[in-house]
Design a protein around this ligand. Structure first.
Ligand code: NDP
Length: 291
């Protein structure tokens, strides 16, 4: 009997602007291929004024889900049918999942970060220093606190944004937080276990940008994590490696949030969660970045 032919693939995507330099597609399609899923992941440029139409398009074209990146993580919420717990706590969505006929917003950024962190250290009882107070910092701050960190020192250039995030963390996840305005070279305090760059400093094309940080205060054994995925070998990553820190680059978080996205999408589509292989996804990215 002739094999049944099917030319209709299951669609997923990333909506953003700018989005062309976002490498997510490479690792997601590598995972789909590796696990025998006849799925596609498209990188789609969507302007803020077109977001409502793009979400409607994804709905009627039966997309299994999509990621949202800059500048859509908050704006997309008004176009969805509901929010998962993390997304509702953070007020931001980076992963939309079709569950039945509903589009539900989830946030996998912070969960992906904590998954990478746990590969090196258990966050419970740890003292954390985090630079940044934007969307990535919000997601990471919430999940690191939920994972049991004792306190978070939040460093940000703009005071209102920093104070707002400090308040959100103190109110919603009951972690001890102190905010420090970033107006001079920062010296990492003694006793810091984990240092996180959650700013966009070092992101392509501004690859030579550096955090205003006294690198001599990075101590051997300290965990240093950078969220910048492109390029992954930022100045911070290189400085931390030279100081014998334990280092997590931005690919770790990117891969792990992608894994959680595929688990959500496949479970909602087939009832069975596909747990993708991290090594396959990371290798695909490393080939692109020539690591
Ligand atoms: P936002 O625009 O929401 O926030 C940017 C943050 O960076 C703010 O705290 C901003 O400070 C700070 N910042 C930017 N430039 C400077 C500078 N020159 N000096 C000091 N502070 C600066 O961005 P997101 O939080 O959404 O994203 C941040 C980064 O995280 C991006 O590079 C993105 O690629 C990365 N990311 C990585 C992911 C991964 O999987 N690896 C997932 C999600 C994001 P201020 O408030 O003062 O403006």
């Amino acid at each position: 009997m002739a094999k049944e032919l099917n030319f209709k693939q299951d669609l997923t995507a990333c909506f953003g602007q700018p989005v062309a330099e976002n490498p997510t597609q490479v690792m997601m399609e590598a995972a789909y291929k590796h696990h025998g899923l006849d799925w596609r992941y498209l990188t789609i440029e969507v302007a803020p004024t077109d977001l409502a139409d793009a979400v409607r398009g994804a709905r009627v074209m039966g997309f299994r889900g999509f990621n949202c990146t800059i500048p859509h993580k908050v704006a997309v919420i008004q176009h969805l049918d509901g929010l998962g717990e993390s997304a509702s706590l953070m007020g931001a969505v980076n992963c939309v999942v079709r569950r039945g006929d509903q589009l539900i917003g989830e946030n996998t950024d912070g969960k992906g970060f904590v998954k990478s962190l746990r590969e090196l250290v258990d966050p419970t009882g740890k003292h954390v220093v985090m630079f940044g107070a934007g969307g990535a910092a919000r997601a990471i701050g919430v999940e690191v606190a939920l994972a049991g960190a004792t306190n978070i020192t939040l460093i940000n250039r703009s005071a209102p944004r920093g104070e707002q995030l400090a308040q959100l963390l103190a109110d919603r996840v009951q972690v001890e937080v102190n905010f420090v305005r970033w107006d001079q070279t920062y010296r990492v305090p003694e006793g810091t276990d984990i240092l996180i760059n959650a700013t966009s400093i070092g992101l392509y094309p501004d690859v030579d940008a550096r955090l205003d940080l006294d690198v001599s205060t990075l101590r051997a054994g300290m965990v240093v994590a950078d969220v910048i995925p492109n390029p992954p070998k930022t100045h911070l990553v290189r400085d931390a490696l030279a100081r014998q820190c334990q280092v997590i680059d931005g690919l770790g978080m990117l891969v792990n949030q992608g894994i959680i996205g595929i688990e959500y999408w496949t479970e909602a589509t087939t009832g069975h969660k596909v747990c993708p292989a991290a090594a396959v996804m990371r290798n695909a990215l490393e080939q692109v970045f020539g690591e």
